[in-house]
Design a protein. Structure first.
Length: 382
């Protein structure tokens, strides 16, 4: 049945009572009105929202506890009470609806949006955190247009919330490669500027920056996240590899050791993050190098460090790096580096690199050899 003029008048009366906080009148209307019983879904949802907007908790609780409101009722656009509350970053009411009255977080509106989609489109970071931490939602669910929560965060008409975007990217398992039906990733949606006045636009964007400035910031954020994931994978590969030196040299290096001098000088590539994780003491030497900065569209702003080691032979530098990567110090006892002059050279490199364990191993081996040589000399003189 369609709402009648009497229903409309009654609905206006009830909504006025809810807005004003007139609890007794609301209660009397709910208990006595036949129209309310007949059109509960239409009237109850609006009544609750009117009380909520004005903060009348006693009326909100009465409407819910008395069964006067269907917590999962939907309006003409398919939105539930939860959809609307999520647009206003009201965690308290949201928790009340979900935890005390079982509000369904999986209801879709006519655009295929779940309540947490509305939270992202409305810059509601606190509500979004509640969804992720307490409701275990699938952050990569798409609406009918193929938009994820991150797409909608960038489409917010009031401007992008940098805090919300950072939370979604850094703390949630967002798939940054998902495209919507327009073929755009979330980052691609930043081509659309918010539909606000110039003043609102300036006030809303992160740190008052321009649209292009925020775009660069987010682009660099994605690059950092990708780079961190790659470095984690590379470190795991190095630790599992039986030939770590060759693997390191095939990686995208950000560190060059210029070992030796003149025609004998060689450039030895390395990965600073791997070295600093395996050998933290090497950080001081890396920090003392010459830093070169460059910016590309693919990798954003990157840094490459060059460290000059003119007094060390390239083979000694490579050998010490191999030891850092693999932890293998067997070369101090046998192999091509086992002669005393090479061990002396390795000792100097290990000292500069801060490899205390390698220094001790080399010094012990040299002491043994010197002791053995001394005994041999005394025996021959006798």
């Amino acid at each position: 049945a369609e709402p009648t003029p009497n229903l409309n008048r009654s609905r206006r009366a009830l909504c006025t009572a809810c807005k004003k906080g007139w609890f007794d009148i609301v209660k009397e209307f709910i208990e006595a009105s036949e129209l309310y019983t007949k059109f509960q879904e239409i009237v109850g949802m609006g009544a609750f929202l009117d009380a909520w907007k004005k903060g009348h908790w006693d009326i909100m609780e009465y409407l819910m506890n008395s069964g006067a409101v269907d917590v999962n009722a939907q309006d003409g656009s398919g939105r539930s009470i939860l959809h609307i509350v999520c647009c206003h970053n009201d965690v308290r009411v949201m928790k009340y609806l979900v935890e005390s009255h079982g509000a369904d977080i999986s209801i879709e509106d006519e655009w295929g949006c779940l309540p947490f989609h509305n939270a992202c489109r409305s810059r509601s970071k606190d509500v979004m955190k509640y969804f992720m931490e307490s409701c275990n939602v699938d952050i990569n669910v798409q609406n009918k247009n193929g938009d994820t929560a991150l797409h909608l965060a960038f489409k917010c008409p009031d401007g992008v919330s940098s805090e919300l975007v950072k939370y979604l990217v850094e703390s949630c398992e967002m798939d940054l490669t998902i495209e919507n039906k327009d073929g755009k990733t979330a980052f691609g949606c930043m081509d659309h500027e918010p539909e606000t006045s110039d003043w609102d636009f300036h006030d809303a964007w992160y740190w008052g920056e321009t649209y292009q400035g925020f775009a660069r910031m987010f682009h660099n954020m994605l690059i950092r996240k990708t780079r961190q994931e790659r470095e984690t994978q590379e470190l795991a590969a190095v630790q599992e590899s039986s030939h770590p030196r060759g693997l390191i040299e095939r990686m995208v290096s950000d560190l060059t050791f210029l070992a030796g001098s003149g025609d004998a000088q060689e450039a030895i590539k390395a990965k600073s993050t791997v070295l600093m994780i395996v050998q933290p003491s090497i950080k001081a030497m890396i920090d003392s190098g010459t830093v070169h900065t460059r910016t590309t569209a693919e990798d954003g702003t990157t840094q490459h460090t060059t460290i000059k080691l003119p007094h060390h032979l390239p083979k000694h530098v490579r050998c010490v790096l191999q030891c850092i990567y693999s932890g293998d110090m067997a070369f101090t006892k046998d192999g091509e580096m086992a002669n005393e002059s090479d061990l002396q050279g390795l000792l100097l490199v290990a000292e500069q690199f801060g490899c205390s364990e390698l220094q001790v191993a080399i010094e012990e081996e040299l002491a043994k050899r010197r002791g053995s040589t001394g005994i041999q000399r005394r025996g021959s003189s006798e």
